[in-house]
Design a protein around this ligand. Structure first.
Ligand code: NI
Length: 403
């Protein structure tokens, strides 16, 4: 927690913290306002309008309509210098909110169940603070408000639209409020933080017939069952046990009745890994297994395999910078959590492929206030104390990087 410091803080740190903490009621108000109006990917119109309105009011330069609903804002410091980008995702999820709070979602079936309302708020708070303190940094801070993180992904089209150019971004940072960590902690590490996400759809085509006369058929369910089992051997037998990877078949549909052998079976699945050297490997191995098993049974198949997001890989120097800042912001014994990897994916990965940067987790769970439901749960909510901590982390990263 912010307030548990035992040693006196250096003067500038204390000043920044006091000023940012006075913003806390405002941050809570913005966050709750955004929370009431959640919008799905590429449809964040109300959200974008709110962001633009605030930036306008504070005299910050910005551009709207990038990759449909994205916004880029720039704040120049006292002198020319490096360009640091801060990225915040804006979208919500197709979930019906079950929290009974005064600021409950007003959009039926849509909810900020991942905390992106908090991400927008933290970026806005940082923009406001920096616009009032242009004398505390050199160079430029570029805010990237990105649509559609939850899919199909707004980062790539924003990069293609040129958000990392003019002025050219030297480094990028971003955070995710994280209920897998308690309030008062920061998960930051060098290298891979989150996994690559690949997806596949497969149809196994057999030959249907009578459930009591199997010799006239090719049973797609028996073939599919063998495939599901065999796919698990890729991680168990083909991947170095020191490495991490997941192959999951999440959907399997086949058949119509007790006594009918199913002509076709359809499956969908996902693959996750950290190490970029696996690019291409899983797709190839999955196809080999499907091909071999289908051939053995006289079935045929159709496979679609594609990569959604690459792994989120942090630059060592930028991770060290965030870590050194975080060490002063979170001072509880819990503090920094370096072992915080997740097999979840994030399209922040595309920005990190272009420029060095660091994506990190800001602990936001508080079980004492019943604020510890997992992300994407209909009762997800986070401790709003994390909002001003997020602003402080970003502001101090700017002051350190752009000093
Ligand atoms: Ni998220």
């Amino acid at each position: 927690m912010v307030s548990t410091s035992l040693t006196p803080l250096p003067v500038d740190v204390a000043r920044i913290r006091t000023e940012i903490q006075t913003l806390q009621p405002q941050l809570v108000e913005w966050r709750r306002r955004l929370h009431q109006k959640p919008e799905l990917g590429f449809r964040e119109h109300i959200t974008a309008e709110f962001i633009a309105q605030q930036l306008q009011e504070w005299g910050i330069e910005y551009q709207t309509g990038i990759a449909k609903t994205g916004i880029v804002a720039t704040i120049n410091g006292k002198k020319p210098g490096p360009v640091l980008a801060i990225r915040a995702d804006m979208d919500a999820l197709p979930i019906q909110e079950e929290n009974e709070v005064p600021y409950k979602s007003q959009h039926d079936g849509v909810m900020h169940a991942c905390g992106h309302d908090g991400h927008v708020t933290i970026a806005l708070g940082t923009a406001y603070y920096l616009s009032q303190h242009r004398d505390t940094f050199r160079g430029t801070v570029k805010f990237i408000f990105q649509p559609a993180e939850e899919g199909p992904g707004g980062a790539k089209p924003m990069i293609e639209a040129g958000v990392l150019k003019n002025p050219d971004v030297d480094a990028i940072i971003g955070l995710h409020l994280w209920n897998n960590l308690p309030l008062g902690t920061v998960g930051v590490r060098r290298g891979a933080l989150m996994a690559a996400v690949e997806l596949f759809n497969c149809t196994i085509q057999g030959r249907g017939g009578h459930g009591a006369i199997p010799q006239q058929t090719i049973d797609s369910i028996v073939v599919a069952a063998q495939i599901v089992n065999a796919l698990q051997t890729i991680v168990a037998r083909n991947v170095n046990p020191i490495e991490s990877a997941v192959v999951t078949v999440g959907k399997l549909n086949a058949g119509t009745a007790h006594n009918v052998i199913a002509a076709a079976a359809k499956m969908q699945g996902t693959v996750r890994y950290f190490n970029p050297h696996f690019e291409g490997f899983f797709g190839e191995r999955i196809e080999q297994i499907i091909r071999g098993i289908c051939q053995a049974h006289g079935a045929s198949y159709e496979l679609e395999y594609y990569s959604l997001y690459p792994p989120v890989i942090n630059d060592e120097r930028m991770a060290d910078l965030v870590r050194s800042v975080a060490e002063n912001v979170v001072e509880s014994p819990l503090g920094i959590v370096p072992q915080c990897q997740t097999m979840g994916g994030e399209d922040m990965a595309f920005f990190l492929q272009e420029v060095p940067g660091c994506y990190f987790f800001l602990g936001s769970a508080n079980p004492e206030k019943d604020l510890a439901y997992p992300h994407h749960h209909p009762r997800f909510n986070f401790d709003e104390t994390a909002l001003s901590m997020g602003v402080e982390l970003f502001v101090r990263c700017v002051e350190k990087f752009c000093s």
